[in-house]
Design a protein around this ligand. Structure first.
Ligand code: HEC
Length: 139
């Protein structure tokens, strides 16, 4: 009887190589799908805000999650330690207050803890960021 090496190899591959490889591919696909969920962040947001802020709900990092920030009372998000200045600012974030805050945080909330952040002078860039913040706030 002839020993069929190729057949044995194929058998081996289907038992031990293909299933884990498929499982891995499925995991990668699932991770990709998760990343793709929700709106694509704008480039300026990525560069200026994303180091400190997540757009995922409940994901507070150095800064609070910005998911749902438009329409939210400043400093009110549970699970994040805001500065007293932010908590007592009385602001409800909308396009106008966000625009001023992104341009110059200290001018809007004196003594805020969003540091180091230099402010964005370019009105178009601020507009782009605010449009993105609205999109992750369901607005
Ligand atoms: C260096 C880190 C850092 C960067 C960069 C940064 N932030 Fe923040 N942000 C914070 C921290 C910390 C707070 C909390 C401040 C406080 O409690 O006074 C905050 C607070 C905020 C708040 C108030 C949120 C709330 O729930 O009241 C908004 C809005 C905000 N940031 C938007 C932005 C945007 C938009 C950008 C980019 C243009 C940005 N931040 C860049 C750290 C950062």
């Amino acid at each position: 009887m002839e020993f069929n090496t190729q057949g044995a190899m194929t058998h081996f591959a289907f038992l031990y190589i293909v299933p884990p490889a498929l499982a891995l591919l499925a995991m990668i696909a699932a991770a990709r799908a998760e990343e793709k969920e929700g709106p694509e962040p704008s480039m300026v947001y990525n560069n200026a805000c994303r180091t400190c802020h997540s757009m995922k709900e409940g994901d507070n990092r150095q800064g609070p999650s910005l998911h749902g920030v438009v329409g939210r009372k400043a400093g009110s998000l549970a699970g994040f330690q805001f500065s007293p200045s932010m908590q007592n600012s009385g602001i409800v974030w909308d396009e106008a207050t966000l625009d001023k805050f992104i341009a110059d945080p200290d001018q809007v909330v004196n003594g805020n803890g969003m540091k180091p952040y230099g402010g964005i002078d370019d009105a178009d860039q601020r507009k782009e960021i605010i449009a993105f913040l609205k999109s992750i706030s369901g607005k």
